[in-house]
Design a protein around this ligand. Structure first.
Ligand SMILES: [Zn+2]
Length: 66
């Protein structure tokens, strides 16, 4: 199962999506937040979950694991 991991905090999450989607959102979190800001319907739950994790750990060095 693909997951996002913070090595500094030793924490990880496994949003229900593909590894390439996790890569995408990790590299483009700022873009995903813009989409969220302009969306009335909200984002898919994997996006919400990933963005919350990146908000907390984005400065720590997050990796995408398979
Ligand atoms: Zn962290």
């Amino acid at each position: 199962m693909p997951r996002l991991r913070c090595d500094e905090c030793d924490r990880e999450i496994s949003p229900l999506t593909t590894r390439s989607n996790l890569r995408w959102i990790k590299d483009r979190a700022h873009l995903a937040r813009e989409v969220l800001r302009h969306s009335n319907d909200g984002l898919d739950s994997w996006m919400m979950e990933s963005l919350a994790f990146l908000d907390e750990h984005g400065e720590h060095g997050v990796s995408v694991l398979a």
